[in-house]
Design a protein around this ligand. Structure first.
Ligand code: ZN
Length: 376
């Protein structure tokens, strides 16, 4: 395991390859922003806006997948107020057992800014069965969730004949997940290649109990369907100079976003601005840490280092202290939710812990063998 020379990204991120000079793709991209001709990029954006307007057959120019969180609120307002488009918002609702009160409030806050929003709620029983299956099979209970999250928007776009979809971040550029890179930095038509979507494969969800017609909301449209609908997925983050978790958070807090008040060690988030609508992502980030040696704090710190608001040395201290932490109450809540004990939870996690990176020192306790910022 090696670290990027400028930030704290280890080379263990799936689908990401460092350059020969030891710099991660995200740092390379960030450095390249200084050379961007932003006037040219704005022209490119306005052409896409024109495409949306010209192909408006339903009354909506475009569609935006939203959670009510910091990124989606900023995007929705940008599209409506700066681009002067008429968007339809689509939100995938978590089941009642999973959604937080804060998440519900944030969606209400977003709609109150003047939007039409359709909420899709997949059946809670099957949702739970699939989360249990993803956890037992991949130690990733979000594999099915992400399929539903990413599929619901293009499905609805096709149904409503809306050919333009805005997504936020291009993780190929901004995080370094190069597999999803499209024809240009704004092109999101390769999103299906994301690590967790795995080409939109749903075969692992099927069983004697669960048939395809029960999981329609998890089925990503085929490339043929998307082409027939002339569907264009575009990353809005590509057109913003200041896209970052923190900037989007500040913008949205000023417009009514309610954020978390837990301690950083409970949620693995120094600012309390991510996953406001549910609690399970937090332990999933902890599992990511145990699989790859980095979690959510690393992602935050890396952005702050690149933006020049944190030194690499200060970042190392934060990552050492909080990366991979999660309050036991969220683990217990999830174990109860899928009907297993906390011991069974850890037995499952144990199978996925990267033994090259961690030494087991007890049930649910692991000591890193690597040194943050230095490597193995
Ligand atoms: Zn880097």
């Amino acid at each position: 395991m090696k670290y990027c020379k400028t930030c704290l990204q280890p080379d263990t991120r799936p689908n990401s390859v460092f350059h020969n000079d030891g710099i991660c793709p995200a740092c390379k991209y960030h450095a390249s922003l200084k050379e961007v001709n932003w006037d040219e990029r704005k022209k490119e954006l306005l052409k896409i806006v024109e495409f949306g307007r010209a192909n408006n057959r339903s009354g909506y120019d475009c569609i935006i997948g939203v959670s009510g969180g910091k990124d989606s609120l900023r995007q929705a307002l940008f599209v409506k107020e700066i681009l002067k488009m008429r968007p339809l918002l689509v939100s995938l609702g978590y089941p009642p057992e999973q959604v937080t009160e804060r998440g519900v409030q944030n969606i209400s806050n977003m709609i109150s800014h003047g939007f039409d929003c359709i909420t899709i709620n997949p059946a809670p029983g099957i949702w739970k069965d699939l989360k249990r299956k993803g956890f037992k099979q991949y130690t990733n209970s979000f594999r099915s969730t992400e399929l539903a999250l990413f599929s619901s928007v293009p499905k609805l776009a096709i149904a409503y004949q809306i050919p333009l979809i805005w997504w936020g971040e291009n993780s190929a550029l901004q995080v370094g997940e190069t597999a999803i890179m499209g024809k240009s930095g704004s092109d999101g038509n390769n999103l299906r290649k994301m690590n967790t979507l795995n080409g939109g494969d749903i075969t692992w969800l099927l069983s004697d109990e669960i048939k395809k017609n029960q999981i329609l909301q998890y089925c990503y449209p085929s490339p043929e369907e998307m082409e027939q609908a002339n569907l264009r997925i575009t990353f809005l983050g590509y057109f913003w100079k200041d896209w970052s978790l923190l900037n989007n958070g500040i913008y949205s807090i000023l417009r009514g976003l309610d954020i978390r008040d837990e301690k950083p060690w409970e949620i693995g988030d120094p600012y309390g601005i991510t996953s406001l609508d549910e609690d399970f992502v937090t332990f999933n980030q902890m599992i990511k840490y145990l699989k790859y040696g980095f979690g959510r704090i690393t992602d935050y710190v890396n952005e702050d280092i690149r933006n020049g608001i944190m030194t690499r040395e200060d970042g190392v201290q934060l990552v050492k202290k909080y990366d991979g932490t999660c309050s036991p109450k969220y683990i217990e809540k999830f174990a109860n939710y899928i009907g297993i004990t906390v011991e069974e939870f850890w037995e499952q996690v144990d199978q996925s812990v990267n033994s090259e990176l961690f030494e087991k020192i007890g049930l649910g306790k692991y000591k890193p063998k690597f040194v943050v910022g230095v490597g193995l």
